[in-house]
Design a binder for this molecule. Sequence first.
Ligand SMILES: Cc1cc2nc3c(=O)[nH]c(=O)nc-3n(C[C@H](O)[C@H](O)[C@H](O)COP(=O)(O)O)c2cc1C
Length: 320
Amino acid sequence: MKRTRICQLLGIDYPIIQGGMTWVANAELAAAVSSAGALGIISPNAGMELEGDMVEHLRGQVRKAKSLTDKPFAVNLSAQFPEEDFRKLVGVLTGEGVRVVTVSAGSPARYTGLLKDAGLTVLHVIASVRHAKRAEAEGVDAVIAEGYEAGGHNGLDELPTMVLVPQVVDTVDIPVVAAGGIADARGVAAAFAVGAEGVQMGTRFVATHECVAHPKFKEGIVNASDTGTAVTGRRLGPSRVLKGEWVSKLMEVEAKGATAEELLVFIELGRSRKGELEGDPSDGEAYCGAIAGMINEIVSAADVVKSIVDGYSEVVARLR
Ligand SMILES: Cc1cc2nc3c(=O)[nH]c(=O)nc-3n(C[C@H](O)[C@H](O)[C@H](O)COP(=O)(O)O)c2cc1C
């Protein structure tokens, strides 16, 4: 498979990234992805109790991953974290020798300087050309252009990956990683065709043996059809989730015109933990990409990477 600037930047063999995933991007998953030659990412709250100490939990996860692989892996941080917490989490990365961070859910103006001063390689998740330009100007090393197909929080402008990525590629000089709606070698080739130098996948990696997600969440992905996900929370910030009982109730409340305040009361803290770690679709939501309809089997993380690397040459040969 093509070696791109993303491989050089991250010190990996294949330009494939396992995205940060709240509650479920755990050390075992990240280590397995990295050992397979791609880049695994740990989320600070993966597998954690609702009221757990995220800083100590992340330290434990990073140490666990280091015990499982000698390959590089990264950590995903939210730009929404309060500064004191953010600084403590960065302290874990620098203290433990993690060199790469991905940042999402907020402005690159907030923490890029702090991260670069700490000597980290920074990839920022963006969902529009304007945000990509801003991220480049703030000094990030690469952008992850995430389309509206993706599991989890989506951009307010709801741009699909195939629309977003080529426009970002035409605008910035730094490498662009495509995210959203990619789960096999065809998706990777399509992303490269529109100028991406890497791909980030989330949903495909949830349905793996190593992921800490509840078996019911993984089954939900395997059983989902093309219309198995929905976008909720447009008044608060859209998120793509697996359809389920609680999500239907949320959509009813939204359709009746609930205000943002009413929705916040309804959603409460920890709904995504219930859906993703406790596997309770009657009481929680699980972030999930639209590509779930194409994922039919729970496999190992190494098999996900291998099938893409092996399949890529075939896909490209068919295009000739
Ligand atoms: C369960 C789940 C949780 C996610 N949580 C986060 C998160 O905490 N931070 C983040 O930057 N992206 C998050 N994402 C987005 C992924 O990192 C990735 O960009 C996205 O899943 C790619 O699209 P795909 O789902 O079509 O593969 C999440 C995705 C999923 C499926």
